[in-house]
Write a new protein. Structure first.
Length: 750
């Protein structure tokens, strides 16, 4: 159990309603309905009934309408009487925090004899707070970093208690002094310092600006919960008596980055959950070191961690009205992927420097790196820089090279000599060199790639023991658009595709193209490791904001439009996705997303979640861009649909032209989500150029199986499986890598 909280009870109808909406009535058990319509309803409220963690769970019970306070409930947990947790109320609804769950299966039984209805049984499956629940077996090795993790008062968490990086939870309080900009440690919890400032929340409540910071371990990461709380007069928080300064809204913080995000706990969050402005307004915030991709570049693991973190928050403070996710770069795609794969966990996302997912960056980087290698061949001297840039799709040569360098997150071999500035096998210093993979000196070592850190999803190659890879370039006609536009000749097009090659499992170049593993590709879609857009993103607001400069680094605009296109393809529209480009006034986006999710949460109508999102879209939630601000003034907002174009065909595109990428130039969709294309026979009429018979013969020799048919879905391109499991939870189990390993082992002995 995460903490030793005592049993707490309430009869709050609002609480039941709020949590039931948040979790879609998951984990619900009902007794058989009588002729009069009377029945018992039992719900796991703080999480799904099959995914409880830490030994406690918030449960709601609704009894028949004729119930009254004179008929107490009789409830047992594994045969043990826990009725005291559920005192009857006049409205027939009660919520209780049940503690003491055993690991594994637990049975909660509510007797219905007092009202002449059958009993109701709810099965609860409890997992350790150290996990895992749905992310599969532990990825090893794993380096604990609690001994270097700093608490708000500057002290360190200290050494971990076990191999799961467990630490005892602790609570510290900090305060904002009058006129100050940084928090100070609260000297004592019995009296407030003389210089403490006051804050008035957006709910109109004025309280001392004192913040409770709870730090603990969860799912092998370090978590923190941050909330206004005055320990000198406020009681200890419970789900039914939260701090008076909390405005009932919750912010999920995600970090940044990805390269180096493997095999470690992390000693920082990548963002500061003690965010003064939001805390002063009464928002609570929660995060975990495994929600920072620079510590852990595995968005499915981040989803599991967010699920566990929100459960613990609810069981500590109560049910939030709405949960807004925030993230930049790696934190942006984590917000999107968690929101899509786990509907209801997040209610809205405010993101900047956006990507669809880490995989999209990696795969685009692999295409670009193959092109960069080809351009370095002596026999490509007839291709000038403009032609090479056109084949790449990027805004310019440097933008193309920056994209190619992102292949580093797929390259496990350290010290590789390749592109200028290319850094293979990116490691954080916390991971000892002795643990790191090398093909000759340490072939059993940990491999620093986005594939290997998610091996539980991709599966394992039975020959190498490495993660299977979804990269595939069979049938891809690199430079197809450049050929059609007349930028390159037929000979240049044929030479390029004849010699582009591929990669092996160590990211070494190969003369032949790469065939991705079909199972790994399917599971990438199912898990949401490649963002689908048709799960939770169907019914949650997304506001994508930020500055865009195509020639600087690799935060290209096409990634933002790829997110929108994935949502549009899956859902038929992307009206719940708003894009603002340029130098935006910082509070504008926050005010808009907060207004949006609040209105949705307060809508108790029978409309679907997707309908509510569109019904409550604020008038300010329209596409547009902000021009360069003049000195001493704010940017001027220009409202117009944001479109993917490098032409000056709109006001915003004139200032913010957006460019393409190699697979798009090859005929692939803007959403960049066809991991392996279906093939079609070569048809001369499909090309805007005329081939000679010799050229056509060579083209067919280059592509003996045919070329990509991007008018069709990709091979094994399936929707995301929401609330999926990769073990140990058997509920909604998609794939069990342990079972796969056993099957492969048995097959190898036959």
């Amino acid at each position: 159990m995460i903490s030793g909280r005592r049993l707490v009870v309430t009869g709050s109808v609002a609480l039941v309603a709020a949590v039931a909406i948040a979790f879609g009535l998951e984990g619900q058990a009902r007794s058989r309905t009588t002729q009069s319509g009377a029945r018992l309803t039992v719900k796991a409220l703080s999480t799904h009934a099959d995914r409880v963690s830490g030994g406690d769970v918030l449960v709601g019970i609704t009894v028949p309408g004729e119930a009254n306070g004179s008929k107490p409930l009789a409830v047992t947990l594994n045969g043990r009487d826990v009725s005291a947790a559920f005192p009857m109320t006049k409205d027939g609804t009660v919520v209780g925090l049940v503690e003491g769950l055993s690991l594994g299966r637990n049975t909660l039984v509510v007797q219905g004899s007092a009202w002449g209805v059958p009993s109701a049984t709810l099965v609860l499956t409890n997992y350790p707070s150290a996990g895992p629940i749905i992310s599969g077996p532990r990825i090893q090795p794993f380096v604990c970093q609690t001994d270097t993790f700093k608490l708000p008062d500057g002290s360190l968490l200290g050494p971990a208690l076990d191999a799961d990086c467990t630490i005892a939870p602790r609570v510290q309080h900090v305060y904002m002094p009058v006129g100050g900009k940084e928090f100070k440690a609260l000297p004592t919890t019995t009296a407030l310092p003389a210089d403490v400032s006051m804050t008035t929340t957006i709910a109109g409540v004025t309280v001392p600006f004192v913040v409770r910071v709870e730090t603990g371990s969860m799912n092998r990461g370090v978590y923190q919960n941050v909330i206004l709380h005055d320990p000198t007069k406020d009681p200890a928080p419970t789900p039914f008596s939260p701090p008076p300064g909390w405005n009932r809204k919750l912010i999920a913080f995600h970090g940044t980055g990805c390269p180096g995000g493997w095999y470690r706990q992390g000693a920082i969050f990548g963002v500061n959950p003690l965010e003064p402005k939001r805390v002063a307004e009464g928002y609570a915030l929660f995060t975990n070191s495994l929600n920072h991709p620079s510590n852990s570049c595995n968005a499915f693991l981040a989803g599991e961690t967010t699920m566990m973190g929100k459960e613990h928050f609810i069981e500590t403070f109560g049910v939030p009205l709405a949960t807004i996710s925030m993230g930049t770069s790696g934190g942006a795609y984590t917000s999107l992927q968690v929101g899509d794969a786990f509907p209801g966990l997040l209610d809205g996302a405010l993101i900047t420097a956006t990507f669809p997912d880490a995989l999209s960056i990696a795969l685009a980087g692999m295409d670009a790196r193959l092109l960069a290698r080809y351009f370095g061949r002596p026999d490509t001297s007839d291709l000038n820089e403009a032609q090479r840039v056109a084949i790449s799709g990027y805004a310019g040569w440097q933008a193309f090279i920056d994209a190619a360098k992102q292949s580093q997150r797929t390259d496990p071999v350290s010290g590789r000599v390749d592109l200028d500035g290319y850094g293979s096998a990116v490691w954080n210093d916390a991971v000892p060199p002795a643990l790191r993979y090398h093909p000759t000196t340490n072939p059993k070592g940990a491999r620093p790639t986005v594939f290997d850190v998610a091996r539980n999803i991709y599966g394992v190659d039975p020959v190498t023991g490495f993660a299977l890879r979804p990269f595939d370039n069979v049938g891809v006609q690199y430079g197809l658009k450049a050929l059609a536009d007349g930028t390159i000749t037929v000979k240049q097009f044929l030479d390029l595709n004849a010699h582009i090659g591929g990669f092996d499992h160590d990211s070494n170049y190969t003369a032949s193209r790469t065939t991705g593993d079909a199972g790994a590709i399917k599971r990438a879609y199912q898990s949401g490791v490649t963002l689908g857009g048709g799960g939770g993103l169907r019914s949650m607001p997304v506001i994508d904001v930020g500055w865009y400069r195509e020639r600087e680094r690799y935060h290209y605009q096409w990634f933002h439009f790829a997110v929108r296109d994935r949502m549009r393809r899956q859902n038929g529209h992307a009206d719940n996705h708003v894009m603002w480009r340029g130098s935006m006034p910082p509070e504008r986006a926050w005010t808009t997303i907060d207004q949006w999710v609040t209105a949705i949460a307060e809508d108790r109508s029978a409309r679907s979640a997707a309908q509510k999102v569109l019904a409550h879209k604020p008038t300010s939630a329209v596409d547009g861009c902000f021009g360069d601000p003049k000195e001493g003034s704010e940017s001027v907002f220009r409202a117009e649909p944001q479109t993917f174009s490098s032409r000056p065909d709109s006001s915003c595109n004139t200032e913010f032209p957006s460019y393409s990428f190699a697979r798009n130039v090859a005929g692939g969709p803007l959403d960049a989500n066809v991991l392996k294309c279906q093939l079609k026979p070569i048809e001369p009429r499909d090309y805007r150029v005329t081939f000679t018979s010799a050229e056509l013969q060579r083209l067919r020799a280059i592509f003996p199986g045919g070329v990509c048919d991007f008018s069709k879905p990709g091979v094994n391109q399936v929707p995301v499986v929401t609330w999926a499991s990769f073990g140990p939870s058997p509920d909604n189990l998609v794939f069990d890598v342990t079972r796969q390993s056993r099957q492969l082992s048995r097959a190898g002995t036959r």
